[in-house]
Design a protein around this ligand. Structure first.
Ligand code: ADP
Ligand code: MG
Length: 273
């Protein structure tokens, strides 16, 4: 087992500005100089949207989730692995660190299985097939560890195949949470576009600095955790349950804070078991 792993989930919305992207990566990589091992997991919703639009591919949505046809999946991979991943790797390499771009398929790091969406209608739950949208079935950390031992920075996008070799797009937050857990990461850090989890999502002063997993259900019941925050909190729960020591949601649009993560305990929302 490798000690001192800090795994970052880097989201699409905190990635669209080039200047900000470089600053975020600079701050993340600076942790390597302090003796930490760094792993970056990323999605890229806005880039998928753009690529599908250029290709003139229309999508159906269920509860805001895109149905992924085989044709759309090809473009999802082009956007995530080709465009977003390639660009992150280039920027890190230019800074003098050695990045390796991967998807969950490489080294069979992540095995996927089909995800069935629970659609609620008139108090009943229906299972809806979203096409090539997947869940994580298992993680094999062998390749990631091999890279870390040799001083590389793995940059991994949230695509994986099932046992038959069919590709799936997996929610980036959940994908990251599973890998953070499997690596027993020291910290699993989600970068997003707000300061952390707020008790009242529209009031930044209501930020919750420390949260225990046992408190999550209540916060869901009172509808404090909504929309894009749901998979983030779920992924923190997965990461902690599977072995990560601490999960933290922080604002990725203020990159200077990343380098001070270990000195300042009041940054973002820290979640522990
Ligand atoms: P990302 O691109 O980083 O995945 P998302 O838009 O998916 O970002 O998720 C972050 C969003 O979650 C915030 O911008 C905010 O609108 C929403 N959100 C929902 N509930 C909360 C909450 N309780 N506290 C903070 N943000 C919340
Ligand atoms: Mg999101």
């Amino acid at each position: 087992m490798i000690e001192n792993i800090i795994l970052f989930k880097y989201g699409g919305n905190a990635m669209t500005n080039q200047n900000l992207k470089s600053k975020v990566l600079e701050n993340i990589c600076s942790l390597k100089d302090k003796g930490y091992q760094v792993v970056i997991i990323h999605g890229g919703g806005p880039f998928i949207k753009e690529t599908l639009k250029v290709a003139n591919i229309e999508s159906d949505f269920v509860d805001g989730l895109r149905k992924t046809t085989p044709e759309a999946m090809e473009y999802v991979e082009m956007a995530l692995k080709g465009k977003v991943n390639g660009s992150l790797v280039s920027i890190i390499n230019e800074m003098g660190y050695k990045a390796v771009g991967l998807s969950g398929k490489d080294g069979q790091t992540v095995l996927a299985k089909k995800h069935m969406h629970e659609y609620k209608k008139n108090g009943k739950v229906e299972l809806v097939d979203l096409g090539q949208v997947g869940d994580v079935a298992r993680v094999d950390t062998c390749l990631i560890e091999l890279l870390l031992e040799n001083d590389f920075i793995p940059v991994i996008t949230c695509i994986a195949s099932d046992k038959k070799g069919l590709d799936y797009n997996i929610n980036g937050d959940l994908f990251a949470g599973h890998i953070a857990g499997a690596l027993s990461a020291e910290q699993y850090i989600i970068l997003t576009d707000v300061d952390g989890l707020m008790l009242d999502k529209d009031n930044p002063a209501s930020i919750i600095h420390e949260l225990k997993v046992a408190e999550i259900n209540h916060l869901k019941e009172i509808k404090c955790i909504q929309g894009g925050m749901i998979p983030k909190i779920d992924s923190c729960e997965i990461a902690l349950e599977k072995g990560a020591k601490l999960a933290r949601i922080i604002n990725g649009t203020i990159p200077e804070k990343i380098a001070t993560l270990f000195e300042n305990k009041e940054i973002g929302t820290a979640i522990s078991a």
